[in-house]
Design a protein. Structure first.
Length: 528
């Protein structure tokens, strides 16, 4: 019986050796694969971490910018500076510039980390048109971004390359409705082109800059409309105040002129003002407001006057047009008292015209060089027109009052005449009653205190009637019923001239009414 060998044959040993070799090789490959896998994971983790950090930086920058736009929508300088700083820093650039574009020129409005020589050149140059061939010129013409991997290879070198050492740079347009409003340019001082992500990031910042500009514009318009509405409300309030003064004092122009001048000076942010009436030859001071004391005293003491040739008031008198002077010192006319005594620098003088005839002027003054705006000049012109209306209203009112007074006096006279005629018809020869009716009505209608009616008989006078005469005078007439007037006495002048004599002040006139009257009686007779 054959025994089977326990060791096997040569083939079996060979297979065992191969199997061992394969096992060792597999173990080595597995070890290498595990190492490669770990390294790959670490690379992915590092990349993801970097992308996460960049995303956080972008989000933080966006948040900061949006916060600034919302909190300070009108402060574009701060917003532009923040946008540029974030764009430069996140894109690992060395410095950057943000430009505004007005349709012709670029204006550097924000800088970040700009080299001193380049910054000085920007400041010295101011607004500029870009040199043909540089990136900013390309952006202006095409409204598309421009990216240079190495500016040294460009056909034209710009200031950033010459003075700032820029090599790699990217310039992104700021567009609103496809209209170029600016550009953001960031620079590296080594040759290291910007990635697509970096360029996209700068484009996003450029879009935010456009939003900030639009927000600032809308805010400015809103503020202007609010200011216009506020100004219109102030003007309406002032006009209402002036009209109220006119209605409450239609015949009294002084408070009307003062209200107009005060409102015109205050609303136009002026220091002081004057208003003059013009009679065709002379100017008359009509109102003052806020006048320096020395000038006010000069104007009041001067009285009516003709302006010197070449002065501002002379120009307005000749042209009948508004005269606006930004600065008295540089004006082409002779400075007046308002400049010498009031320190006036900027001023506006508006004519007051009725049917193209000059009837006055309204002038307001500032003591600093600050020209008046067109709306302010229009406002002063409106007040001047209201002054003309007030003058015309006062004239018409005075005419109406005079006519009313004349009609009232005429009616009183007719009533008095009717009453006297009635007494005459009923008196039947009794002259005393007729004389008393005549004297009573004459005294009343003429608003006199008392009166006497005297008759001339045989070269002397005798009292025929009296009305409300003082008792002293009544007693004197009773003691001396007939008298001869003293020379140059009003009654003596009537006797000689046979004309009416009107004595304004009997006490200032030469005394004497009767050669036998006391001094007081003489005055009483003179009044009669």
């Amino acid at each position: 019986m054959k025994r089977r060998s326990g060791a096997g044959g040569p083939n079996v040993k060979s297979r065992r050796r191969k199997s061992a070799t394969l096992k060792r090789s597999s173990a080595s490959n597995a070890t290498r694969n595990r190492g490669a896998s770990i390294a790959g994971h670490e690379t992915v983790v590092a990349r993801l971490t970097q992308e996460r950090d960049e995303a956080l930086l972008r989000e933080a920058a966006n948040s900061e910018i949006l916060s600034l736009i919302s909190k300070s929508p009108g402060d574009l300088e701060l917003v532009f500076k923040t946008i540029l700083e974030n764009a430069t820093r996140i894109c690992n650039a060395n410095f950057g510039t943000l430009f505004r574009f007005d349709g012709e020129n670029f204006h550097p409005v924000a800088q970040f980390n700009t080299p001193a020589a380049l910054l000085e050149a920007f400041t010295r140059r101011g607004p500029f048109k870009p040199t043909p061939g540089i990136l900013l010129d390309h952006v202006m013409r095409t409204k598309q971004l421009a990216h240079s991997a190495d500016s040294a290879a460009e056909p034209v070198a710009g200031l950033a390359q010459k003075l700032g050492g820029a090599r790699s740079l990217v310039c992104v347009p700021m567009l609103k409705n496809r209209v170029l409003v600016g550009a953001i340019t960031i620079y590296r001082q080594e040759v290291r082109p910007f990635t697509d992500k970096h360029i996209a990031l700068v484009e996003n910042f450029a879009a935010q800059a456009v939003i900030a500009i639009e927000n600032a514009r809308l805010l400015s318009e809103l503020r202007q409309r609010t200011a216009d509405l506020s100004g219109a409300l102030e003007q309406q309030t002032a006009t209402s105040e002036v009209l109220k003064v006119i209605s409450s004092s239609p015949g009294d122009l002084e408070p009307v002129f003062h209200a107009m001048l005060e409102n015109a000076t205050r609303l136009c942010e002026a220091k002081f003002g004057t208003m003059f009436r013009f009679d065709g030859r002379f100017f008359h001071l009509a109102a003052q407001f806020g006048i320096p004391s020395e000038l006010a005293e000069h104007q009041r003491g001067r009285g009516p006057y003709q302006p010197p040739a070449g002065s501002l008031l002379d120009r307005v008198m000749r042209t009948k047009e508004v005269s606006h002077t930004a600065d008295f010192d540089g004006a082409d006319f002779v400075p007046g008292a308002s400049a010498r005594l009031g320190g006036a620098r900027s001023l506006v003088c508006v004519p007051m015209l009725k049917d193209d005839v000059l009837i006055g002027t309204l002038s307001i003054y500032r003591q600093e060089v600050r020209p008046f705006a067109d709306k302010q000049i229009e406002l002063v012109s409106n007040f001047a027109a209201q002054a003309v209306i007030a003058i015309e209203n006062a004239r018409l009112l005075n005419e109406l009052r005079q006519r009313t007074t004349d009609l009232s006096v005429s009616l009183e006279q007719q009533t008095a005449t009717s009453e006297v005629l009635k007494v005459i018809s009923s008196a039947r020869g009794e002259l005393n009653a007729v004389f008393e009716a005549i004297l009573s009505n004459a005294t009343r209608i003429c608003e006199a205190t008392y009166g006497n009616l005297l008759l001339r008989e045989n070269g002397a006078f005798r009292r025929a009637a009296q009305c409300n005469a003082p008792q002293e005078l009544i007693d004197e007439f009773e003691r001396n019923p007939v008298f001869v007037p003293l020379p140059n006495n009003p009654l003596d002048r009537v006797l000689k001239t046979k004309e009416t004599v009107h004595t304004v002040d009997a006490q200032a006139d030469e005394p004497g009414a009767s050669c036998r009257c006391s001094h007081s009686a003489q005055r009483s007779h003179a009044q009669s």
